[in-house]
Design a protein around this ligand. Structure first.
Ligand code: M6R
Length: 366
């Protein structure tokens, strides 16, 4: 069932235009610029009135949760906290019936995420889920939820699960913004129409996968990688680093770009590739300074940035240009080159891409 692809991971990376389209289908209304999420329709008023949204998840799903923090704060002006499910459950977390708990899980079976859900339910919070596996425990046990409809994900490394989770979270944030009156309707319209363009833009990125494959050959030697991003692409940087370490066994760390100066900069030398995830937003000048700081220490810059961002492209040793989009949608695009880069590096290093050592697809132990 790999349909001619050498690995499930590559198949699933290439399935993303379809997976995202399936996720958006029937939910975006381009005629009246509204969003319909049937799974949470009955509970949406409680979310509108909530004091706070608490998001709990693990791994890649936690990264999607971090993107959601920026989305919900920006579009719906709702205070958000994102928690590692495993920490939330063992803390004396302050959560009550005025809060909403959102758990995100591809499998819907992750033990720590399930335990965080139970804690929130015991304290009386409304619980919502974003899951991929239909009928999974988390999908069944939450009060309401939205499926990602990504289709089965077999590779241990999450790829299409992440981009469809972010797609759902974007829709939730726009919908909530409209209901709370915190988003300008013209801007909502723009986002809805732009979201509808995302599958085509992902397709465009995939058409250039060979250039990432060639580039990967030049970086497969590296024992360490640093990933930097700001705002919406800080979680994308974390996700890129996780992808690389889990399938290629290269040590990689993701940081908010400005944090580099507070420690990691000491690691940079001519051996160190630094992947800069720089969608063209209001932090672009700051990113350019970060790139210059890396280059001054002979670090090797790989950038993933908007195709019109010539300044960043010209400063990079290698660049993966992506189609321009709205800032808050950019992780849906920057994720793709990050996935491809880690995939090709892992293949070059002879790693078992679909079944990395020590890992299971679904972590049902605590
Ligand atoms: O099924 P879940 O989304 O709850 O899984 C959470 C993590 O175990 C998962 O995202 C893990 O980090 C992936 N292997 C990352 O690629």
């Amino acid at each position: 069932e790999k349909r001619g692809y050498p690995h499930f991971m590559l198949k699933e990376i290439f399935e993303q235009p379809r997976a995202i389209s399936d996720c958006l289908r029937g939910r975006l209304n381009l005629e009246d610029d509204t969003i319909h999420l049937g799974g949470i329709a009955d509970q949406i008023d409680k979310l509108v009135d909530a004091d706070r949204l608490i998001i709990a998840a693990c791994g890649t799903s936690w990264h999607a949760g971090l993107v959601a923090e920026y989305l919900f704060e920006h579009l719906a002006k709702l205070p958000v906290e994102v928690e590692y499910a495993s920490e939330f459950r063992y803390r004396e977390a302050l959560i009550d019936e005025d809060d909403v708990m959102l758990v995100i899980s591809q499998s819907g079976e992750t033990a720590d995420t399930l335990a965080a859900l139970r804690t929130a339910q015991e304290r009386g919070a409304l619980s919502l889920g974003v899951c991929n596996v239909v009928g999974s425990t988390i999908a069944r046990d939450t009060d309401a939820g939205v499926y990602t409809h990504a289709g089965p994900e077999i590779g241990v490394a999450s790829t299409k699960a992440f981009t469809t989770q972010v797609s759902v979270l974007v829709m939730m944030a726009i919908l909530l913004g409209q209901k709370r009156g915190t988003i300008d309707q013209e801007y909502a319209k723009k986002l809805i129409h732009e979201l509808n363009e995302i599958p085509g833009k992902v397709e465009e990125i995939l058409e250039h996968s060979d250039s990432i494959k060639d580039m990967a050959k030049l970086f497969s030697y590296a024992p360490n990688f640093l990933y930097l991003g700001r705002t919406y692409n800080f979680p994308a940087a974390l996700e890129g680093a996780l992808k690389l370490k889990e399938i290629s066994y290269i040590h990689a760390e993701g940081y908010p770009a400005a944090e580099m100066k507070h420690g990691p900069i000491a690691l940079i030398d001519e051996m160190m590739p630094v992947v800069v995830v720089a969608a063209t937003d209001h932090t672009n000048d700051k990113m350019i300074s970060n790139i210059e700081e890396v280059k001054a220490r002979e670090g090797r810059i790989i950038s993933i940035t908007g195709e019109e961002n010539e300044e960043v492209i010209n400063l990079s040793e290698f660049s993966c240009p992506i189609p321009e989009t709205e800032d808050c949608l950019s992780p849906l695009l920057t994720a793709i080159p990050l996935q491809l880069l880690s995939y090709y590096i892992a293949v070059n290093r002879g790693c078992n891409v679909d079944q990395p050592r020590n890992l299971a697809k679904s972590v049902t132990v605590e």
